[in-house]
Design a protein around this ligand. Structure first.
Ligand code: PDD
Length: 284
């Protein structure tokens, strides 16, 4: 079955689904996006993703391309047309199609595109059994990483560096040597005292939807949470580390650069969180 994409009002086979050459997403990365997973036929945290999409658009003074209820219909229909059981939905909204000029165009209407592709959750689960290796890299991004912009070149370079070094993710460091987040993930550590630490969302990181879900899980487990900056050295000497994102769920980190985390295996608190996150998905 060929994949179907939604492009500005039309459902099209992927090989005929294009955006206009003067779409501002193409020329300026003047666009925002969301990645939503479909697990066992159900969207995971869709409302929270659309809330964040609305926020990103608002911060950039881009209109919602349609009413939220209409967008929900488009997303459900795109998933249905692709027979999405276990899949990723990619949603992008750009400022519109207009003759190239840096300043906001007056007449542009925002463009919505949605694609859907199958996703192998079993592979994610298998990866989480072993945990992943990571590298570190300087965070060279702009000052508004809270906005989920399609301007992702620093993230692309970071992920490529990880891949070239046989690692699954690049953890980014600010100028003070503190961890900001991963190239497409939020980063956590569990201290030797059992405190869960992750960077505050006020601090130029993406407010992850999975991050918020893990906060709820940790609160239910009565695990103490601290939202604060933490250095690479502190993380490398922590008892455990993991990362979160819609496509990684909660994923143990067993190595950062050349340093093993804990005993080099997924830690017990991390495992509890990973399992709880998967149960949450089962019940979604
Ligand atoms: N990435 N931080 C960054 C920089 C991200 O790009 C992402 C998501 C996250 C985690 O957010 P969430 O839990 O809402 O998925 C954190 C998506 C999956 C991507 O770009 O593919």
């Amino acid at each position: 079955m060929s994949r179907i994409a939604y492009v500005n009002g039309a459902y099209l086979p992927m090989d005929t689904a294009f955006i206009h050459i003067e779409d501002r997403a193409n020329q300026f990365a003047d666009a925002v996006y969301e990645v939503v997973t479909v697990y066992n036929g159900r969207f995971i945290d869709m409302d929270a993703h659309i809330d964040r999409l609305e926020r990103s658009l608002n911060e950039l003074h881009i209109q919602m391309p349609m009413a939220r209820s209409a967008m929900m219909v488009v997303l459900a229909e795109t998933a249905r047309k692709n027979r999405a059981t276990n899949a990723i939905l990619y949603i992008q909204v750009s400022r519109g199609i207009v003759k190239r000029d840096h300043a906001f165009p007056v007449a542009a209407r925002p463009c919505l595109t949605v694609t859907c592709r199958r996703f192998d959750f079993a592979a994610v689960k298998a990866r989480a059994e072993k945990g992943i290796k990571t590298i570190t890299t300087p965070d060279i991004r702009w000052g508004r990483c809270d906005i989920k912009s399609t301007s992702l070149l620093p993230n692309v370079l970071a992920k490529q560096a990880a891949k070239e070094q046989g690692a699954a993710e690049a953890i980014m460091l600010d100028e003070a040597g503190n961890i900001t987040e991963g190239s497409s993930t939020n980063v956590w550590m569990v201290t030797k005292d059992g405190v869960l630490v992750t960077r505050s969302i006020d601090d130029n990181i993406l407010p992850g939807i999975t991050r918020a879900a893990v906060m709820t899980i940790a609160r239910d487990f009565q695990i103490k949470i601290e939202e604060r900056a933490f250095s690479l050295a502190e993380a490398q000497n922590a008892a455990e580390m993991f990362l979160t994102s819609s496509t990684n769920c909660a994923m143990p980190i067993i190595m950062v650069d050349t340093k093993k985390i804990g005993d080099g295996k997924p830690g017990s608190t991390t495992k509890r969180i990973v399992d709880a996150y998967w149960s949450m998905m089962e019940k979604a």
